[in-house]
Design a protein around this ligand. Structure first.
Ligand SMILES: [Zn+2]
Length: 366
């Protein structure tokens, strides 16, 4: 195992050996990085700002819906909008991430069978970029074929890994089902966001071991293994998390990998609203990526609402009808979007701390 304690990375979007170094640093240092969903330059920059402020590396991810929004919801061809939106985000993050002085894993979120074409097309752009610059556009992609037969999930994952590995990119797969709904993935579930068969919320450790045996020889694999996770925030008592399942999966793999503790790179979906002790427990079992979306969306909205509510008149009149005072400085988007960003950054401060990531960037201090 390499020793990432002394490893130093150049700031910016990572791939290849740098990507692996970052994952090993999380593994050995027993911390995780927040993986924050973004859908605009405003949200992407807030995540970069939060990472820089916390001197931590970070994972920035986009869902298919987020990518479509980035491209513009009015575009008639939703597939093209999703591809070009993600491409545009990638260009933005490549240009800006370096300036913030931290390493960034750039990733795409859940892609079920209907979205494989989205990922395939994005890999096509990474291949073209790699030919020109020696770097891909994204660090990793996620497939979510968790509702399909295991064999199907493995076969597609093999196909994608064979394409990603030569580009220095990783693949995240899902085993078991994350409850709740995210951008149309999992929308056939009941009103509590749970699948009809709730045992599917808990991945069997043997299945994780089987997937690791088949896929890890092919490239950089990470696994979202369900342990009762649900996307979004629901009423308390709905969700029963069992992080010990992750520990069991690690033990099974460790017996065969002979590579020290926590050989699996695990991903925590549906982290919003989770009890702190359970987050820390999951991180101690090798979770390196902690997905957060609902909580940062809420923080962003709260920040915007604060600025709008404080100057309500500016959102109805350009000039104060009683005093004649111009209200431009309050309705300028830089005012209320900035308030939204700052609220999001504060929310992320807490996440970096909980995950043990604060101060752990592998990049040199500028
Ligand atoms: Zn998820």
């Amino acid at each position: 195992m390499p020793s990432p304690a002394s490893a130093r990375l150049a700031p910016g979007v990572v791939s290849g050996q740098d990507y692996q170094t970052l994952l090993q640093a999380c593994r050995i240092g027993r911390y995780a990085l927040p993986a924050v969903n973004v859908c605009s330059t405003d949200t992407a920059n807030a995540v970069l700002e939060a990472a820089a402020r916390n001197r931590s590396d970070v994972i920035l991810q986009v869902s298919n819906g987020g990518a479509r929004f980035y491209g513009g919801p009015s575009l008639p061809d939703s597939h093209r909008a999703r591809v070009l939106g993600a491409l545009s985000l990638a260009r933005h993050v490549h240009i800006m991430a370096r300036e913030y002085g931290v390493a960034v894993i750039l990733h795409t979120d859940h892609a079920d069978r209907s979205l494989l074409r989205w990922v395939d097309d994005l890999i096509g752009f990474s291949e073209a970029e790699f030919t020109q610059t020696g770097r891909p556009l994204f660090s990793s992609h996620m497939l979510d074929l968790s509702t399909e037969p295991f064999e199907e999930n493995m076969r597609e994952s093999e196909r994608f890994l064979r394409r990603l590995t030569p580009l220095g990119m990783g693949l995240e797969i899902e085993l078991g089902i994350t409850g709740g709904e995210e951008d149309g993935i999992g929308d056939s579930r009941n009103e509590n966001g749970l699948p009809a068969d709730e045992t599917q919320l808990y991945t069997r450790p043997e299945e994780v071991f089987e997937a690791w045996k088949r896929l890890s020889p092919l490239g950089a694999l990470s696994i979202a293994a369900s342990f009762g996770n649900v996307h979004g925030v629901y009423a308390p008592g709905n969700v029963q998390l069992r992080p010990a399942l992750l520990k069991e999966a690690q033990k099974l793999v460790q017996q065969h990998a002979h590579d020290g503790p926590n050989p699996l790179h695990l991903v925590f979906h549906g982290g919003s609203g989770t009890d702190l002790d359970q987050i820390r427990e999951a991180v101690s079992y090798g979770v390196f990526k902690f997905n957060i979306d609902t909580d940062t969306q809420f923080a962003f909205a709260q920040g915007a609402a604060k600025a709008i509510n404080a100057h309500e008149m500016a959102f109805q009149h350009q000039v104060n009808p009683y005093t004649g005072q111009p209200l431009k400085r309050f309705y300028d988007p830089r005012e209320w979007l900035r308030s939204a960003q700052l609220s999001c950054v504060s929310r992320l401060d807490r996440t970096f701390e909980i995950l043990g990531a604060r101060g752990r960037t592998l990049c040199r201090t500028p």
